[in-house]
Design a protein around this ligand. Structure first.
Ligand code: BDR
Length: 317
């Protein structure tokens, strides 16, 4: 089995990517660590437990992590994901926060990776605060990973949160900076523009959500809010090329759990802008070598969308 540790800010597309991994018999999720982002870290823990309950997988441990970025204030993505992060469609039978582990997320990440050195793929689909803290607590942490898969950043300075800032990087620029400069393990990036250029069709979305299962009904409920707002002018501009929907986090997860998914990637050193009137949080790609960095990230370019569709379909079966 592929051993995976997931760091999330659950979020509708985080929920989709978690459910996709849960449905793959060859994937073993060792734990889910939560971070502030789309909503508060408390909501993220609740949302993650709800996803696990829907999939009957509450045995997977959930850990609470950072409630704020390394510097500055929290931002959230309530306008897209709903205030509670899951479309404001609450479930009265949702599990309580008492199911969250007492061990903190950052300690748990370090412990789990030390128990499985060289074997764990870390999938990060929220702001990178927990990962930045992990390398501060244990500088050898990144070298023990088998790979790091991030949804975040941008390659063409197109933002979805600020003019040039993609949400996960804009929500913690210092966290992203630390990770991109200090995680010298194989690093795969599913960046904002790439996910938009690889949208899935509305026809697929309809077929996906209309499966006659509790998981599909759960997804249809939590997805409803984002689906509505995606069709407003602001989000249509943000999502670059229409029509269709983007399950951003699922691209990073798919890359981690299915070796056939990524067909082509660019390899370049990358970093993050920390200052600048409009550019704080923007990812910078060094195609020439100005930064004198030897570590290059794999920037996803071409993927097999049929594989993604199959795995998303299976997620709601
Ligand atoms: C990212 O921001 C969040 O709102 C999504 O969950 C995704 O991780 C896209 O920029």
């Amino acid at each position: 089995a592929k051993k995976v540790l997931v760091d999330v800010d659950t979020g509708v597309d985080d929920a989709q990517s978690i459910m996709m991994a849960l449905a793959q018999p060859t994937v073993q999720i060792l734990g889910i660590t939560c971070v502030h982002g789309n909503t508060t870290v408390e909501n993220v823990c609740k949302n993650t437990l709800r996803v696990l309950q829907t999939c009957n997988r509450l045995e997977i441990p959930v850990f609470k992590g950072a409630e704020k970025p390394i510097l500055g204030k929290c931002i959230d993505a309530g306008d897209f994901h709903g205030k509670d992060g899951l479309g404001d469609a609450p479930d009265p039978n949702a599990p309580g926060l008492d199911l969250v582990q007492t061990e903190g997320a950052v300690s748990a990440m370090i412990r789990i990776v030390n128990e499985n050195p060289g074997e764990v793929s870390l999938v990060a689909t929220g702001p990178l605060t927990n990962l930045a803290l992990a390398v501060r607590m244990d500088p050898s942490f990144p070298s023990k990973l088998c790979g790091l898969y991030i949804m975040g950043g941008n390659t063409e300075s197109r933002g979805n949160t600020t003019v040039c800032g993609e949400f996960n990087f804009a929500a913690d620029p210092e966290g992203a900076y630390i990770v991109l400069n200090e995680y010298l393990c194989p690093t795969y990036l599913a960046c904002w523009e790439f996910t938009c250029y690889n949208k899935l069709s509305w026809e697929f979305c309809d077929a996906w959500l209309s499966q006659d299962t509790d998981k599909a009904r759960f997804m249809a409920r939590i997805f409803n809010h984002s689906l509505k707002v995606s069709q407003t002018e602001r989000f249509e501009k943000e999502f670059i090329v229409g029509p269709g929907f983007v399950s951003c986090d699922s691209y990073a997860m798919a890359a981690a759990i299915n070796d056939a998914f990524v067909l082509e990637s660019d390899q370049h050193p990358v970093s993050v802008e920390l200052t600048g009137t409009h550019t704080r949080g923007m990812m910078v790609v060094d195609t020439v070598g100005f930064m004198k960095k030897t570590h290059k990230a794999f920037i996803l370019k071409k993927v097999n969308l049929e594989i993604l569709k199959e795995m998303l379909m299976a997620a709601l079966k």
